[in-house]
Structure formats: C-alpha cells, structure tokens
Design a protein around this ligand. Structure first.
Ligand SMILES: Cc1cc2nc3c(=O)[nH]c(=O)nc-3n(C[C@H](O)[C@H](O)[C@H](O)COP(=O)(O)O)c2cc1C
Length: 199
C-alpha cells in the first residue's frame, strides 16, 4: 500500500549516507516514472536522466563533489550554515554521497526547452523523484555541488553540448533513519491578499 501523500511530503529529507543494500531497476523506474509526470513549460519535458551505477563513474562524481566543497563550498558555507547542517553537507560532499549505489544525474536539454524556462522546467521533476524515493523508503538528496564542473560531467557521461547537468541525486537505502525535517510553519511566509498581512 502506498503511504499517505501528506506523510511523504512532510518527511522528505536530504540523505547523505547510505547502506550498501542495492537499489533495483524496478525501484528506479518508479522514481523516474514519477519524475516524468512533472509539469514543464509548453509540456516540453526537457529533462534527461543519466542513471549511474558504475563504481568508477560514481567515484568520479564523488571526486567532483569533494573538489567543489574543498575548493570553494566549504569556506563559502562556513558561518552561513548551522553547524549540524554544515557537518552533514561536509560528510556528504567528502564521501557520504559517493556511497549511494546510484547517482541520477539530472540534465536539462536546452535544445528542447525554452531557454527562459528550461531550468524551472526540470526541478519539478527532481522534486517528484525525491518524493517517490521517500514514498518507497529510499534515501535521496538534491545536490548541485558537482554541476559546477559541467565540462567534467559532460566528458564522464558523454553528454552532448545541448544537455546540461543541473543536479546530482544520490539514491540508496538510508544508512539510518532521519527525523522530520525542520521547516518554518507556512504561516510565517504566507500573506493574505497583499504582502505583510498575516495568514
Ligand atoms: C537547489 C538546491 C541545491 C542543493 N545542493 C546541495 C548540495 O550540493 N549538497 C548537499 O549536501 N545538499 C544540497 N541541497 C540539500 C539542502 O541542503 C537541503 O534540502 C536542506 O538543507 C534541507 O535539509 P533537510 O532535507 O535535511 O531538511 C540542495 C538543495 C537545493 C534545493
């Protein structure tokens, strides 16, 4: 039986540590099927997903994450992120995410999508993928550190020039359960009719 949608959506969290239990193609197909049911401008569906299982390729992606973190992310985020999140992101970027048995490299086909909307047209698909993973009990995370190395990713994954990587989503069974996500209540950021009138 499928879990309740509202339970899934309020439990979804970024996982950065995974067990070595394998993820089947059947599970991945369910995530990808959810992903491609997302909305997109003009219904162009400009997403492309490269599903990476090969350990060498995953290690190479993991290295790009490490480089991104060590060369710029770490100093930029120090003092910006709360300590626990900083440590989590650091553990993820320096090896945790690489332990996921699958990396889904999400790409935007800029030839298929409108230039102005192609980015916004891909992320709803990513969110569907994350929610589907949560519904199945799989861990996942939206990560962008490695896409700073678009040329390296393109070479590694044989991406044509019009297919640009926008996110790397690790997928695997969680190493440990995560608690509920911490979020502000919606009323703190919701306005009635005009900005500033509280909900
Ligand atoms: C656009 C975007 C980029 C992100 N990039 C990264 C990333 O590169 N590495 C990472 O570990 N997490 C990344 N995250 C995950 C966020 O850190 C996470 O969603 C946020 O801290 C909430 O954490 P939670 O899911 O544990 O509640 C990204 C999230 C978004 C929406």
């Amino acid at each position: 039986m499928s879990p309740d949608f509202f339970d899934v959506v309020t439990r979804q969290r970024a996982h950065r540590a995974f067990s070595d239990r394998p993820v089947t193609d059947h599970d991945l197909a369910r995530l990808l099927d959810a992903a491609v049911h997302a909305p997109s401008a003009e219904n162009r569906q400009p997403w492309e997903f490269v599903v990476v299982r090969d350990p060498h390729r995953r290690a190479a992606i993991g290295e790009l994450m490490r480089r991104g973190w060590e060369e710029s992310g770490r100093e930029f985020e120090r003092g910006r992120l709360p300590r626990a999140l900083f440590e989590d992101v650091e553990r993820g970027a320096t090896g945790g995410i690489a332990t996921a048995p699958v990396h889904v490299v999400v790409c935007a086909d800029v030839a298929r999508g409108l230039e102005q909307t192609v980015g916004s047209s891909v992320f709803p698909a990513v969110q569907n993928l994350l929610l589907a993973a949560t519904a199945l009990g799989l861990g996942s995370a939206l990560t962008t550190i490695a896409v700073g190395y678009a040329h390296e990713l393109a070479a590694l994954l044989a991406l044509p020039g019009h297919v640009r990587p926008v996110a790397v989503v690790p997928v695997g069974w969680p190493a440990r359960p995560l608690g509920r996500p911490r979020r502000d209540p919606f009323g703190r950021h919701t306005h009635r009719e005009v900005f500033g009138v509280p909900w």
